[in-house]
Every structure is written in structure tokens, then in C-alpha cells.
Design a protein around this ligand. Structure first.
Ligand SMILES: Cc1cc2nc3c(=O)[nH]c(=O)nc-3n(C[C@H](O)[C@H](O)[C@H](O)COP(=O)(O)OP(=O)(O)OC[C@H]3O[C@@H](n4cnc5c(N)ncnc54)[C@H](O)[C@@H]3O)c2cc1C
Length: 353
């Protein structure tokens, strides 16, 4: 697949051409739902679609099977004013987010709707499906977008977030993007109740071929019901690093998170050492978070970790090494031993009501 991305310094002629293209923008947003509601991260993709151009009707694609899918579609139709229609693909093939059938679905919907843009969030759901759909449509996706300068000009991090790169998409439609949900925060918006919200239509799946099921099979989903908020969207994240030394000690981080109503995060070193499962990893190869408050205990602040949390609103770091790089991004830093600081915090903080 030929790359159709050019780095900056393109001629003004390109700029004029892409500005013209913006007038006929229409966007397909691939959304994820759970328990009868569309996930908050997916709404960030709708916010990103709004930044492409003012006149940009958004179609939201929801797939799955059963009543929770239809419940999510009802809710999605009234959750954001820029959603003009909700497309529902109801089939057992989409009961689990396997990339093969979902990519075929996007191809089918795109061929019918001729959208100028297709957007998904840059989480494991979007990162799994969108590149495969892009390959089927023979276009190059632009991934990890953190800002949008126009319908075809995007900003994305490179070198583990050490530099920002401006890229212009010069390929054919659709321009396919994955966007970082932390860069497109969703503000509460009320939808005009008189308008009744977006229309809901079923996707005609009769032309979806049988081999769209693909070679991969869903085996099982294992998740821990910790009762804590989701790491990707929590307002407070408490993270522990290698300095915790053991899974047993890491429980201090979990207790602190419980008291604060926070999600638990970990560095890759803590994950590799087996203190916690890898779905708690924050960083370049983990989750990207930007909570109101990020508390890092015994975290050195390696660039790959910073790539996942440096956009947090307030960063608090506790480290016994005053030269630890984490202090360069911290708003509040405490040079101290976490084995003294955390017990003191646990003692002084009131129990969560
Ligand atoms: C391609 C690639 C991708 C990567 N992706 C990620 C990623 O997504 N996320 C990630 O986190 N890392 C990632 N890493 C690893 C990263 O480079 C670091 O190795 C890792 O983040 C270090 O974790 P740490 O801070 O827990 O451990 P260390 O670097 O060992 O730091 C431990 C810190 O704890 C402090 N400390 C020790 N004892 C105490 C104490 N008692 N009290 C207080 N402080 C104490 C030390 O001073 C030190 O600063 C990646 C690396 C590569 C090469």
C-alpha cells in the first residue's frame, strides 16, 4: 500500500485543493458500546469530526447483536447534536470486536456512504480495526491524531511523544484517522429535545460475504471487576512503578486509589515484574491517559512512560531521587520514600463515602 502522506512544506496549491475538499465533508465514526451505552471515548471521535469542518454531518456506526446494541443506538441518537444518523449493524458476526468482520463492515458502509473521513479512537478497539479497514479501502490511515488543522492536515506525536509532526493527507477518500480521546475532550452538550435526535437505520448486511468472519475466533473475555473507574477515562489515576518491589506492596497503590476513587496505573517495569496485569500499563505501549490528577509513586519518568501521561492536568510525583526525570513534568514533587509517604497518606485521607 503506497503511503500517501507528505510531511509539511507542501505548496499553497495543495492547501487550496484541500480547503475546497472540506466543503463536502461527511464523516463516519466507528463507535464502541457497552451495557447499552456508547463509550465516552467514542464521543471524542465525534468531537474530532467537528474539528474537520463546520459543515460535516456525522454518521455513527454501531455494530453488535441483541438488545444492548439497539439501546446504545437509541442513546447515541440523542447524545450529540452533530450526529445526523446512527447506523446499526446487527449480526452475530459483530458480537465481539474482531478486526476481520468489522473491517469488512466499514468497507461496506464506506462504499455505500462515500464518506470523506472515517474516524475511530486510538484505543485497542480502533487500533485493531481501522488499519485493516484502511487496507481494504486501499488508503493509508493517519494514526494517533492529537490535533486537527483542517480537513486534511493533522498533528500527531512522533519519537514517543518527543516531537509533534504535522502531516497532510493527500490520498483518495476516505481519509481515515485514529484520534487520541484525551486530546478531544467531550463537554456536556444538550441536544434539542424537539428535534428528536438523529435518525437510526439498519445497515443492509445481505452483501456481506460469508468469509468476512475471517480466520480469527473469539475465545474468551477475562476482566477483573475491581469497582474502580476505567483507566482510560478516570479523573484521578494513581500509578506505581518498579520501586514498589512486589505485587503485595503494590496493594498500597490500590488502597490509595480506592480512597481517592481513582483508577490504578503502572509502569511497564511494574507490569514486566508481574506486580499487576498489563492492561494497567500507562505509556507509549500502554494506555494514554490525561486525568485531572495523576499521582506517580516510585516512577522514574522514562520518556516512554511520559508519552502516556504528560497531558494530565496536575501531576504529583513521589520519588526518593531528586534528579528523577518525572520531576521535570510534575506540578508537585516530593522527594521521599514511598514506603513512608503512602502509609501516611492512607492514614490521613478519609474513607471514601
Ligand atoms: C519501546 C519501549 C516502549 C516502552 N513503553 C513503555 C510504556 O508504555 N510505559 C512505561 O511505563 N514504560 C515503557 N517502557 C519502559 C521505560 O523505558 C522504563 O523502563 C520504565 O517506564 C521504567 O519504569 P519505572 O519508572 O517503574 O522503573 P525505574 O526506571 O526502575 O524507576 C524506579 C524509580 O523509583 C524510584 N524509587 C526507588 N525506590 C523508591 C522508594 N522507596 N520511594 C520512592 N521512589 C523510589 C527510583 O529513584 C526510580 O526513579 C518502554 C520501553 C521501550 C524501549
Amino acid at each position: 500500500m503506497a503511503s500517501r502522506l507528505l510531511l509539511q512544506n507542501l505548496s499553497k496549491r495543495h492547501l487550496l485543493r484541500s480547503t475546497f475538499a472540506s466543503r463536502s465533508a461527511s464523516t463516519l465514526v466507528l463507535a464502541e458500546h457497552e451495557g447499552g451505552s456508547i463509550k465516552a471515548q467514542s464521543l471524542s471521535a465525534v468531537v474530532a469530526a467537528n474539528s474537520l469542518s463546520q459543515d460535516n454531518p456525522v454518521s455513527l456506526l454501531l455494530a453488535g447483536s441483541g438488545s444492548s446494541l439497539h439501546q446504545a443506538a437509541e442513546k447515541a441518537a440523542t447524545c450529540h447534536p452533530s450526529i445526523s444518523q446512527v447506523l446499526v449493524a446487527d449480526s452475530e458476526k459483530f458480537a465481539y470486536p474482531l478486526a476481520e468482520p468489522w473491517a469488512k463492515l466499514i468497507q461496506l458502509v464506506q462504499l455505500k456512504g462515500d464518506y470523506s473521513h472515517v474516524i475511530a479512537t486510538s484505543d485497542s478497539f480502533g487500533k485493531n480495526i481501522l488499519p485493516r479497514a484502511a487496507a481494504l479501502l486501499d488508503v493509508s490511515p493517519v494514526t494517533d491524531v492529537v490535533d486537527i488543522n483542517g480537513p486534511r492536515q493533522f498533528i500527531r506525536p512522533i519519537y514517543a511523544g518527543n516531537a509533534l509532526c504535522t502531516v497532510r493527507y493527500t490520498g483518495a477518500n476516505p481519509c481515515m484517522l485514529t484520534v487520541r480521546s484525551t486530546s478531544f475532550p467531550v463537554r456536556p452538550i444538550s441536544v434539542d429535545s424537539k428535534s428528536g435526535g438523529a435518525s437510526i437505520s439498519e445497515v443492509d448486511l445481505s452483501t456481506l460475504d460469508e468469509d468476512s468472519v475471517g480466520k480469527s475466533r473469539f475465545m474468551k473475555l477475562s476482566s477483573q471487576d475491581t469497582g474502580r473507574p476505567d483507566l482510560g477515562s478516570a479523573k484521578i489515576v494513581v500509578t506505581g512503578g518498579r520501586a514498589l518491589k512486589s505485587a503485595e506492596n503494590f496493594k498500597m497503590i490500590e488502597k490509595l486509589a480506592e480512597k481517592l476513587g481513582a483508577a490504578v496505573g503502572a509502569t511497564r517495569a511494574a507490569v514486566d515484574a508481574g506486580f499487576v496485569p498489563n492492561d494497567l500499563q500507562v505509556g507509549q505501549t500502554g494506555k494514554i491517559v490525561a486525568p485531572e490528577l495523576y499521582m506517580a509513586f516510585g516512577v522514574s519518568g522514562a520518556i516512554q512512560h511520559l508519552a502516556g501521561m504528560k497531558d494530565s492536568k496536575i501531576i504529583v510525583a513521589v520519588n526518593k531521587d531528586s534528579d528523577a526525570p518525572i520531576f521535570q513534568v510534575a506540578d508537585y514533587g516530593l522527594v521521599g520514600d514511598l514506603f513512608e509517604v503512602i502509609p501516611e497518606l492512607l492514614e490521613k485521607l478519609p474513607e471514601k463515602k
